[in-house]
Design a protein around this ligand. Structure first.
Ligand SMILES: Nc1ncnc2c1ncn2[C@@H]1O[C@H](COP(=O)(O)OP(=O)(O)OP(=O)(O)O)[C@@H](O)[C@H]1O
Length: 431
């Protein structure tokens, strides 16, 4: 069941929309991380859910309640939303317990009265601050203040807790600790959370689902593993993690390029696929009654990319962003796709995604005996637990490999390179 559902939401401050047809289904009790470059609309998305800004069109549903739709805009205080801002924003003249009680509603006076209530004591205990109930915010560390802000947001038992960069101002160690705590707290209260973060690693490590935004659109919504291992587009791949893209040629199920012949999977990507490409795709959201996970066929023609349902009815004209039926256009997200065997033309130029950890390196000790593809280490970026090595392949192509710090190799080392697992092949725009 979806706790939060958004369909086709368009929001803007001026003429140009900032959110351009957002559709999102957040399952009950899950934690969703929203990532995307600065200015792409993450905070605007949270503000829209909270009702702090009116949508121009589209629908927002919280649980069973439609809170935004044509002509309807439920006031923020009636939405049962908890909000955790970046800087805690506690009331300086209220104690810790009173700040938490403020979240129960009724204003400051009511907060002073209800500071000793069972619910407040429970929340103080939940965030580990029972001993500091009587302190003023000025006497708290940054991490403690954020815990109070979280408890305040949870106080009224909201349907959804929105968190806008809640750990942004904290040092990395505390950040790590607090995010684990927040996840546990939301789970303990059975609440649904939406977290905006600038830290991709944080998003991938704590969220049940990650939404990757760019220019007011959600490019991909999926589990951290789906988003990292099967990014919808090359841009998403690069945004969520270290990526190496190498050119190659598609040969029915494999790609031939600088790293030899690699087993590969075709990804529909956001570029034009060329003529007569047809394959399967999985719908990432709910559209016109077709539920999340429904199978679609994806095709491409010179006019654009098309989607078909099981009965062969054409649904869309511009995947992955829209689906059309009976003249109505609904945004969709295709979370996976692959061509029917043999349909992508042989020797179609592709960009191959390789994650640095997919490259296995072996130091060449006996050059005469070494077999396979060779490379030279040209730079080392040491991060403590592991390191990124830049490599120059025999062909002159550069790529990157991640190795454990214990397997660190010096600049100039000669190695053989092998690719672990399947690689992803994206159509190369403009070829
Ligand atoms: N009150 C406002 N009035 C006019 N434009 C605004 C307003 N708030 C935000 N914007 C614009 O809307 C766009 C999206 O802003 P938003 O704050 O939602 O982005 P963001 O992804 O949260 O960015 P960041 O990661 O930097 O916090 C930006 O271009 C911003 O300049």
């Amino acid at each position: 069941m979806s706790r939060l559902s958004m369909r086709n939401v368009v929001v803007g401050y001026g003429v140009e929309p900032v959110l351009r047809g957002i559709s999102l289904e957040v399952p009950n009790g899950s934690l969703v991380a929203i990532v995307g470059p600065s200015g792409c609309g993450k905070t605007t998305l949270l503000r829209t859910i909270a009702g702090l800004i009116r949508a121009r069109s589209g629908e927002v549903r919280l649980g069973q309640r439609m809170v935004t739709t044509h002509g309807i805009h439920l006031a923020p205080e009636k939405r049962r939303i908890g909000w955790v801002p970046q800087d805690a924003a506690l009331f300086p003249h209220l104690t810790v317990a009173e700040n938490i009680a403020f979240g129960l509603g009724g204003g400051r006076r009511a907060a002073r009265r209800s500071a000793g209530e069972e619910r407040v004591r429970h929340l103080l205990c939940l965030v580990g601050l029972s001993a500091l109930a009587g302190r003023s915010p000025a006497q708290l560390s940054g991490g403690q203040a954020q815990r109070v802000a979280l408890a305040r947001a949870l106080a009224s038992g909201p349907e959804v807790v929105l968190m806008d960069e809640p750990f942004g101002a904290l040092d990395p160690l505390l950040r790590g600790e607090l995010r684990t705590e927040v996840r546990a707290l939301l789970a303990a209260e059975g609440m649904t959370g939406i977290l905006v973060t600038h830290d991709q690693a944080e998003a991938l490590s704590i969220a049940d689902y990650v939404a990757v935004m760019r220019d007011g659109e959600i490019l991909q919504f999926g589990t951290p593993t789906e988003v990292y291992e099967r990014p919808a587009t090359p841009w998403v791949a690069t945004f969520v993690g270290e990526s190496v893209f190498l050119p190659g040629l598609w040969r029915s199920g494999s790609v031939v390029g600088a790293l030899g012949s690699l087993e590969a999977e075709w990804m529909p990507g956001d570029a034009t696929l060329g003529d007569a490409t047809l394959g399967d795709a999985t719908l990432g959201n709910t559209v016109n009654g077709a539920s999340s996970g429904a199978d679609l066929a994806v095709g491409a023609s010179p006019a654009g990319v098309l989607a078909y349902d099981e009965s062969g009815v054409r649904h869309g004209s511009q995947l992955p962003s829209e689906i059309r039926r009976s003249g109505e256009t609904t945004p969709i997200t295709v979370v996976s796709g692959r061509p029917a065997a043999g349909v992508v033309g042989e020797d179609t130029p592709v960009a191959v995604l390789i994650r640095p950890e997919q490259l296995e390196l072996k130091l060449i000790v006996e050059p005469m005996l070494a077999q396979g593809l060779r490379a030279t280490v040209t730079a080392v970026s040491y991060t403590g637990h592991d390191a990124l090595l830049e490599l120059s392949l025999q062909s002159g192509t550069s790529c990157m490999a991640r190795v454990a710090a214990s397997g660190l190799l010096p600049v100039g080392a000669e190695v053989t390179v092998e690719v672990r697992g399947r690689v992803l092949a994206y159509p190369r725009a403009g070829d």
